[in-house]
Design a protein around this ligand. Sequence first.
Ligand code: NDP
Length: 268
Amino acid sequence: MAAMTDRYAVFGHPIAHSKSPHIHAAFARQTGQDMTYEAILAPLDGFAASVAQFIVVGGRGANITVPFKEQAFALANRLSPRAQRAGAVNTLLFDADGILGDNTDGAGLVADLTRNLNCPLAGKRILLVGAGGAARGVIEPLLDQKPSALVIANRTVSRAQELAGLFGHGVTACGFDAADTPFDLVINATAASLAGELPPLSPRVFTADTLAYDMMYGRDTPFLSFARTHGAATADGLGMLVEQAAEAFYLWRGVRPDTAPVIAALRA
Ligand code: NDP
């Protein structure tokens, strides 16, 4: 009997916009892996049942996106240390021992910054704007790069303080008005760009040596254009998207795809 092709999927709601099927199909072609990858719209009240159904029909792993990352964290019976610290899961692996939950978002961001954008983080001052799930997921991988400071600025200051408290030494929290000195790297991890809004940052955080990074991708954002106006170099989150996918692909298949041509094709 012929072996079944391994199945993977991304679960989200909505999901039609997802670029993940395209990215993983490109990785599979490039590395000669026999697998399929589809997008699955899970009902808002039926995430766990959708995943269970996918495992029954031969699913080997999955990516998880909005709004199910916390539910995926709860669903996994084993967690990688980085998923544990992130409090959210964006990658599942199904095996004989059940469901392993991982979080590759932070590794994806760090890979994009350090490898694709040539922005080493050791000794750098980093301003992380936002204190939601995306911010939480990237803190530990950023700290692993040994920046000299990591400041979390958020509209609701108490959420930034809560997050800083989880990570302790080297992380401080403030409101937007208190972040008014220059940073080497300013990362927008808020959902403001989704609504076409600008987090009310001081222009003093940007200099000609600053890299301003928006986790959002697919269009120029008010944050990136504000940063550019104040002299900073800018980058969107498309590289992070492809790099987090590559990290998931490696977990599932044990092979590292070449991300550069995939990022270039998506940009084109
Ligand atoms: P959450 O809803 O969990 O977090 C929302 C955050 O945004 C909070 O800090 C909130 O502040 C802040 N916020 C929302 N609106 C505004 C506003 N108008 N002005 C200032 N702050 C605002 O979202 P996520 O953390 O899940 O996602 C954040 C972004 O990251 C999204 O754009 C998402 O697409 C992107 N992302 C990109 C990835 C990639 O691979 N490139 C991966 C993961 C996420 P408050 O606490 O005050 O409400």
